[in-house]
Design a protein around this ligand. Structure first.
Ligand code: AHR
Length: 821
């Protein structure tokens, strides 16, 4: 039984009006193909062009920046896994039958384009576009098409058609394309059958040469007629959010000067916007640009939160830093963007906005200076931008990427990001309780359960909800928050999980989506005092022990579990060689490219093995160990089943055991100190305080761990040196807020059993009350494209509320009780 006592007359503070928001970043092809429903992939023919100043590997699979960061390219198709089922082609997404496609710099549509596509058609020849895993055709739906094209010498006849997978033409238009300058040609198509694996095809009845400068095919029916995909906008509407952070994320930073998000590149006619390669492995034509984001905010009544680059590229990807002219330019672009949004039509930027069809100013509420930047290189740039922007636009609230107030800088709002395990979020429901009330406001700018055997599950959503209820209980300082990332085209996953998943015609929200919709839809007006009495729980220790060292040159012998000899069962990383009674471990770094988590521990030289084959739940683990090269030795517990791993997407084997995926508790000795931590996500997360010890690690010592139900005791040569206790989480987390009608009580039961919650109030309430409930038959349940409604909220009407009454919270559930005064 848990108890909630609510003092409805004891108001703590008003609710933060913008607490729940959205964070949009063009990742997983969230923009083109998603919210911005372009149906033709590679509409500007530029996808196969590597990013400026980057070198390409001989086979075209990888590019490398001038600073030495590499990423997959694969001829412009992006990640290798996205190539699955996609036939090779020199011009991504385009295929020629009896025709020859050539990318031609001299045939560019305008100076912002890098190439045009010249096609030499044989009589009856064709070029086809396969879209983003199919051009989705829905019977009765209309699509707008336009192209900029020119014939080589004489006017030619060109057929454009939407076609079913089997080649059946659903609708077609015959254009006469003239020679000379590029001309724009428009038409609409209407589909006559459902085929989500359709194609778009140009055919020429005669031998002809045509240059294409830019093409586009979009649904006619879009959200409020403003060009965005309807089902995805409706899903956004359903989150009950108050602001939109855009356009990133890492893509704001980019990986070179040219690949950073730049305001001027995202306004004006879309075919005149330069394209660039995004951090997330594909090129954007920036059709979803600054104006479009502001229009989305207006259409969904969201406060705009614009993230600007303040002079440095992604610090986790071998950064470039900008000073002088380049930095001044970025600052000017930030000023121009604000003027574009808020200036009247007489200002140069306001005039541009008016020309784009929006004479009235938009809103601009928040500006974030940089994304995930930190350190000295960030601080002085942040200060420079803050001072100039604040002086000119004092009404805007400015967000810093870190706690810059600790470095003496003016800081209105500090952005914090947490990607972690479900346990992290549940165990940290009181995270903000002790935060400094005189410090800046906090923006929980990105968070998500990304580590765990089953992510995007009900369990992840409930763990996040526990953290968020902690946020609600501290919304006097945590005033804004956003889950990250927002969208995922399931055919182009670069990051998992994401709030909303879609393919070219379907979409759904993960359980977190519904959790957020519930929390955001039930805000109340004032947070009131609440006392929670509930059991404090901890995780089980279960699994194999192991041994770990940051470098090779690790020796060990006489390893036993419960007195029985054990040897290496999984070489997680490094080479382990048994020589008689002694085992020696040496480094064997894995080949790696890609993103290095800022602040991540160096793991390439780590040696790590599990010992024994039985997953014990309680054991005594003994081993003698020494090291010749390293400063520390680590013994691990609970490092085998049940696995809890970082998974990049749903297809990754949840049983895969490697240094990236392993997660365990660990006891580390560095000669003078003993530390207990949890290792996951390639980092050591300390638990409790360090204990002083004195041990010579260059000689053999006898180490012993005896696991307890709630932790483990650590011995060196028979002496107890460290008692470790596992972190705790409450069985029930809750909040209470009042509004004009009554009291809103939110409660998460994160346990596997139904929990009776006794609720006592200081006021009378009506017996009948409504409950919004999010639960499922299993905590690991997820939503999918085929079963989008497995974990969705239900509304129940209950009776029996009073000054003291009991509510039964189902196992693994979020309940929102609406009590009427
Ligand atoms: O949300 C995905 C990425 O996570 C964002 O681009 C970045 O800000 C963070 O590292």
């Amino acid at each position: 039984m848990s108890k909630l006592s609510i003092e409805s007359k004891n108001v703590r503070f008003p609710v933060a009006p913008d607490l729940y928001g959205l964070f949009f970043e063009d990742i997983n092809r969230a923009g083109d193909s998603g919210l911005y429903p372009e149906m033709l992939r590679n509409r500007s023919f530029e996808d196969s062009i590597p990013p400026e100043r980057c070198t390409l590997s001989e086979d075209g699979s990888v590019f490398t920046t001038p600073m030495g960061w590499s990423d997959q390219f694969n001829g412009g198709e992006g990640l290798a896994k996205w190539l699955d089922g996609v036939p090779p082609t020199p011009v991504p997404a385009w295929y020629a039958d009896s025709a020859v496609m050539t990318l031609d710099e001299s045939e560019r549509l305008n100076e912002k384009r890098l190439v045009g596509m010249k096609v030499d058609f044989s009589p009856g020849g064709a070029v086809r576009n396969i879209g983003y895993r199919g051009v989705p055709l829905k019977s009765g739906n209309t699509y707008h098409f336009y192209m900029f094209a020119k014939a080589e010498n004489v006017p030619i006849t060109l057929n454009a058609a939407i076609v079913s997978k089997d080649g059946t033409i659903q609708d077609e238009t015959v254009f006469t394309v003239t020679p000379g300058q590029y001309e724009r040609y428009d038409c609409t198509f209407t589909a006559v059958a459902d085929d989500f694996d359709g194609e778009f095809v140009f055919t020429s009845p005669e031998k002809a040469t045509v240059c294409f400068g830019f093409v586009s095919l979009m649904p006619a029916d879009t959200y409020k007629g403003h060009g965005m995909r309807k089902d995805l906008m409706e899903l956004l509407e359903g989150v009950n959010a108050k602001f939109l952070r855009f356009p990133g994320g890492c893509i704001v930073e980019g990986f070179t000067y040219e690949t950073a998000m730049r305001f001027p590149n995202t306004i004006g006619p879309v075919w005149e916007r330069p394209s660039h390669t995004l951090m997330w492995h594909y090129r954007t034509t920036n059709g979803l640009g600054f104006h479009e984001y502001l229009q989305i905010c207006e259409d969904l009544n969201l406060e705009p939160m614009y993230v600007i680059n303040c002079g440095l590229t992604c610090q986790g990807r071998e950064p470039e830093f900008f000073e002088g002219e380049e930095l001044e330019q970025l600052l000017q672009e930030a000023l121009d963007a604000i003027e574009y949004a808020t200036g009247d039509s007489s200002t140069p930027m306001g005039k541009l906005r008016t020309e784009m069809g929006h004479p009235e100013p938009f809103r601009m509420s928040y500006i974030e200076i940089g994304n995930e930047n930190a350190g000295d290189e960030y601080n002085w740039r942040y200060k420079k931008f803050y001072d100039v922007l604040k002086a000119k636009h004092p009404q805007i609230k400015y967000i810093s990427n870190t706690h810059t107030e600790l470095d003496g800088l003016p800081t209105e709002i500090a952005d914090e990001h947490y990607y972690n395990t479900p346990e992290f979020f549940a165990e940290n429901t009181h995270f903000y309780d002790d935060y400094d009330r005189t410090g800046p406001e906090i923006f929980l700018g990105e968070y998500a359960v990304t580590v765990g055997a089953v992510t995007a599950s009900l369990y992840s959503a409930l763990a996040e909800a526990m953290f968020l209820l902690g946020v609600e209980n501290n919304q006097d300082i945590v005033t804004t928050s956003a889950y990250a990332p927002l969208f995922q085209n399931v055919g182009y996953t670069a990051w998992y999980p994401n709030l909303i998943a879609f393919d070219n015609h379907r979409s759904y929200g993960i359980p977190t989506y519904h959790m957020l919709s519930m929390l955001g839809g039930n805000r109340g007006k004032e947070v009131v005092k609440l006392n929670v009495e509930t059991e404090k729980l901890h995780r089980d220790i279960a699994g194999l022990p192991g041994i770990f060292s940051p470098k090779g040159g690790l020796f060990f012998r006489n390893a036993t579990v419960n007195g029985k000899p054990v040897s290496v069962s999984n070489e997680v990383q490094g080479r382990f060689t048994q020589n008689g009674n002694e085992c020696r471990a040496d480094s064997a770094p894995p080949a790696r490219t890609g993103y290095v988590f800022p602040g991540a521990d160096a793991i390439d030289n780590v040696v790590f093995a599990t010992l024994g084959n039985n997953a014990e739940t309680c054991y005594t683990y003994e081993v003698e160990a020494k090291t010749s090269e390293s400063d520390s030795i680590t013994l691990t517990v609970w490092c085998h089943r049940p696995f809890s791993v970082f998974r990049i997407d749903e297809t990754q084997d949840p049983d895969e055991l490697n240094i990236d995926s392993i997660r365990c508790f660990e006891w580390t000795l560095n000669g003078t100190a003993s530390t207990v931590s949890e290792f996951y996500y390639k980092r050591h997360h300390p638990i409790g305080k360090e204990v002083p010890v004195s041990v010579n690690l260059k000689e053999y010592n006898a180490f012993k761990i005896i696991t307890r139900e709630d932790g483990f005791d650590c011995y060196i040569n028979g002496t107890l040196v460290h008692e470790a206790y596992l972190p705790k989480y409450p069985a029930v987390a809750a909040t209470a807020a009042t509004d004009d009608d009554g009291i809103i009580v939110k409660a998460v039961n994160i346990t596997e059993a139904e929990e009776a919650i006794e609720i006592s109030l200081d006021c009378a309430v009506q017996p009948d009350y409504e409950v919004e409930l999010l639960t499922a038959t299993d905590r690991d349940e997820v939503n999918t494209l085929d079963a989008p409604n497995t974990v969705v909220p239900a509304i129940k009407t209950l009776t029996g509320a009073g000054k003291t009454f009991t509510y039964s919270a189902p196992a693994y559930s979020l309940s929102i009780l609406k009590l009427k005064k």
